[in-house]
Design a protein around this ligand. Structure first.
Ligand code: BMA
Length: 326
């Protein structure tokens, strides 16, 4: 399996780094965290925590080295608020964090879940203590979203994954004010047939800015008679026009092989929502949910990913001979 013969992502030995038993209050599972490196060097994970009713909220864990000695806050930091935000009645899930220098705030894009289905909601925070909710920004069914950290030609950009009658593909949309969104543009479609990413694709962690373009981890899903398999692939979006996909990996770079990735509430899932490029500009930490049960960490290197992508990609996001959407 690719990613195992020559692993691009290397798991830390103490995975899972965070598990339900570590939590200071009773929970079912902890997974799919957003991640950010704070100015003082602390790593902050905004963890998705599923309670023992099945409803998710967010809780913060902090660590000096991003690997161990996590300090978990004694109570949730953001819980569903169905009175004011009915779209959250069945929980809030899968936060993805972007620091936005223009606002001097972090933007947290997350899934708000209700009987209408999953929707994308956005909140702003300066301190991860108080959050300003902007409400639903992409109506159901939509998820797997992150805000790009700056404006392009005056417009904010949001990566997200609507489900339409044509399938579950990655889009970028534009907004003048973070509230009103339009000009929806297909960026990266699911492939077809037997491909590893044929059933659905979605953003993994928010893309990393490199001189060569925005490096994007994405998840791809394959439906099999034994259930879904969630794996991770790579794409490179144009630096100035990120709605243009420049390269897309043919193979996945990371898949569920360890027991903690194979066995859990949802089997065979690796699901990154946060990655951190360290100050050396080279080391990348990828935080991911394993089997919808625990939080794990893998390391990789930026130059290695870019070199690999050169050799293992198609130079557009379509596949020659397979027109997916016309
Ligand atoms: C996706 C999301 C993730 C979850 C994954 C596997 O659709 O809901 O939160 O980790 O499915 O169950």
């Amino acid at each position: 399996m690719n990613g195992d013969h020559q692993p691009l992502l290397r798991r830390v030995a103490n995975n899972p780094i965070l598990a339900p038993r570590d939590w200071p209050y009773p929970v079912n599972s902890v997974f799919n965290p957003g991640a950010v490196l704070l100015p003082d060097g602390t790593t902050l994970l905004l963890c998705r925590v599923e309670d023992r009713c099945g409803i998710s909220h967010f809780c913060i864990a902090r660590s000096r080295n991003g690997v161990d000695n996590w300090e978990i806050e004694p109570a949730p930091v953001l819980t569903p608020d169905p009175v004011n935000y009915p779209e959250e009645v069945w929980g809030i899930e899968d936060p993805r964090i972007t620091f936005v220098p223009e606002l001097n705030k972090y933007a947290v894009a997350y899934t708000a879940y209700s009987r209408a289905g999953p929707a994308v909601a956005l909140a702003l925070t300066a301190d991860f203590a108080r959050f300003e909710r902007l409400g639903v920004v992409m109506p159901p069914a939509d998820k797997d979203a992150a805000l790009m950290p700056k404006r392009f030609n005056g417009y904010w950009l949001m990566i997200h994954r609507p489900i339409t009658s044509l399938g579950a593909h990655i889009y970028i949309s534009r907004s003048p004010d973070l509230i009103h969104w339009g000009r929806h543009h297909l960026v990266l479609p699911a492939r077809q047939g037997a491909w590893w990413d044929a059933s659905r694709v979605g953003l993994a962690s928010p893309p990393l800015e490199t001189p060569h373009g925005w490096l994007m981890f994405y998840h791809g899903v394959k439906d099999t008679p034994g259930g879904c398999i969630y794996r991770v692939g790579l794409a490179l979006l144009d630096l100035n026009e990120p709605w243009r996909c420049v390269r897309r990996s043919t193979e996945w770079i990371f898949g569920p092989v360890m027991e903690y990735e194979r066995v859990g509430d949802v089997a065979s899932v690796v699901f990154p929502c946060g990655s951190i490029l360290e100050p050396d500009g080279e080391t990348i930490r990828v935080y991911y949910g394993a089997a919808d049960t625990t939080i794990c960490l893998a390391y990789t290197r930026l130059s290695q990913l870019l070199d690999w992508l050169e050799e293992h990609s198609v130079s557009s996001c379509d596949i020659p001979g397979e027109s997916i959407i016309t």
